[in-house]
Design a protein around this ligand. Structure first.
Ligand SMILES: Cc1ncc(COP(=O)(O)O)c(C=O)c1O
Length: 485
């Protein structure tokens, strides 16, 4: 799976590499190598990609070839690049790092890191009793082979029941259980999008969804979200659908990741109608639908406006319950579910029975568990907002009334530089450009409020310290770099 990045493409990704905040007095070749390491570290430049030949990159950046040669040499020495004479240079992961759950790199020993790259809560106390109860249930399944491509009936019933309770009548044969929402998206894309097919997504959007689309080599058009609520511009979104007529649109209407926006009912209805009119399938990601805060009343589910099986809904247990459970689902028409099941047989065949039983037990207690999650998230969000207001008052944030993330507009195009500097002081950040496609969004940063309030306050303090260091060009002394860039 080798792919290649061309000179102009890498130049675009590198952006203002020579004038990054906090660059200090390093020579050009070191700044260039540092910027490439930054792109690798935050996932914008994948592993195993062939970089442009030295001459090609020099031309694209309008710098001397010697500078590129020296930068590539430094990248080879630090373990970020492998070169073979006559064949080219490929990006690689240095032996001192591994790929973390976010897809970002992390040093092998990162135990002290406050990780704001991941937007997910630790497991609730009810998980262990649910797992024990599930083990007790297991004998009921042991006489069969254990492969259930659409999921065990008890779980499909529980998930269908929850949709029906939200005002969207659903039968168990409209549900397919998957190994998480991300897996649900991957299966839906395999079924509904031919390689190279056209897709409309929000910008910013969930990076792993963008990665799944990239794996299908999707041709992507974007709908830009505003920082202010509600985020979506109704006329622009509908015009975008009508003009691009994409095969598929991937939307996160319920507390969008990363912005936290909630799509109003009227727009849901209009989007579904427009999608039907132009022949677009809508994939609606409901990952955060269980997590409204501040008494926010949810609009009807997007699929409730669907009369033509245009909407495929995906969701799962990761955000309200626990990501480690790896339980998600697809809600679609019964024939679509059967087609997905047929697709799945060539992928992973079925989800683990034991984990599905754990999910059944958790869903039986969902109201109490989810209420506690919302209370916890409210406290943590407020702690994060208070710390930001105190330490970084120039940043602009819209208070999210649900979900687990807020999207901050920074006081300059510094997101990647800030993420690199924060890593040095033990805070992992996912910089804005990770949530887009073209290296823009440098003015933005996603901050999840899934960690305890004290950690969030500590993290904001450290971020504020390195933020001001970026301007001063000084160097933080928190700890020596275990960093990539
Ligand atoms: C919008 C969105 N979709 C999907 C996922 C992945 O969820 P899962 O752990 O269920 O695969 C996430 C996780 O952050 C998400 O934010």
């Amino acid at each position: 799976m080798t792919s290649q990045v061309r000179g102009p493409q890498l130049a675009r990704l590198l952006g203002q590499w020579h004038a990054l905040p906090g660059r200090r007095r390093s020579p050009d070749y070191a700044a260039l190598a540092g910027a490439v390491r930054g792109l690798l570290a935050d996932g914008r430049l994948p592993l195993g990609v062939r970089l442009p030949a030295e001459r090609e990159l020099a031309e694209a950046l309008r710098i001397s070839r010697t500078t590129v040669t020296a930068a590539y040499r430094q990248l080879r020495e630090s373990g970020h690049l492998a070169s073979r004479r006559g064949a080219g240079s490929w990006t690689m992961l240095p032996g001192t790092h591994r790929v973390a759950s976010t897809g970002l790199w992390t040093p092998l020993d990162d135990r002290d890191m406050i990780d704001l790259g991941v937007a997910a809560l630790a497991a609730p106390p009810e998980l262990l009793p649910a797992a024990r109860a599930a083990a007790e249930d297991l004998p009921r399944y042991l006489s069969g082979a254990g492969y259930h491509p659409t999921g065990i009936i008890e779980l499909r019933e529980a998930v269908a029941h929850a949709y029906t309770g939200r005002g969207l009548p659903t039968s168990p044969d409209q549900i397919m259980v998957t190994n998480g929402t991300q897996h649900a998206l991957d299966l839906v894309l395999r079924l509904a999008l031919a390689p190279g097919g056209s897709v409309l997504v929000e910008a910013p959007s969930y990076p792993n969804a963008l990665a799944a689309l990239a794996a299908r080599r999707a041709r992507i058009t974007t709908h830009g979200l505003a920082v202010e609520e509600p985020g979506w511009d109704a006329d622009l979104l509908l015009a975008g659908l009508r003009q691009a007529r994409p095969k598929l649109a991937y939307l996160i209407p319920d507390f969008q990741n990363p912005t936290g926006h909630l799509m109003p009912a009227s727009l849901r209805e209009r989007v579904v109608a427009a999608a039907h009119a132009v022949g677009t399938d809508l994939v609606v990601d409901e990952s955060f639908v269980d997590l409204p805060l501040d008494g926010t009343v949810l609009p009807p589910p997007t699929a409730s406006f669907d009369r033509h099986s245009r909407v495929i809904t995906i969701g799962g247990m990761s955000k309200p319950f626990w990501g480690g459970l790896r339980i998600g689902w697809v809600r679609a028409s019964a024939p679509q579910v059967q087609r997905l099941a047929a697709t799945r047989v060539g992928v992973d065949m079925a989800s683990p029975v034991l984990d599905q039983l754990v999910a059944v037990h958790l869903l039986a207690e969902a109201p109490a568990i989810v209420a506690a999650r919302r209370a916890q998230l409210t406290v943590q969000r407020d702690a994060l907002l208070a710390a930001l207001a105190q330490r970084l008052p120039e940043w602009r944030v819209t208070v999210p009334h649900g979900g687990v993330t807020l999207w901050a507009e920074l006081d300059g195009p510094i997101s990647s530089a800030l993420a690199r500097a924060a890593e040095e002081v033990g805070v992992r950040l996912a910089p804005g450009p990770r949530f887009g496609l073209d290296g823009t969004l440098e003015r933005f940063l996603r901050l999840p409020f899934t960690l305890p309030a004290a950690d969030l306050a500590e993290a904001v303090g450290r971020i504020a310290a390195v933020r001001y260091d970026l301007d001063r060009g000084g160097r933080s002394r928190w700890r020596e770099a275990a960093v990539i860039a």
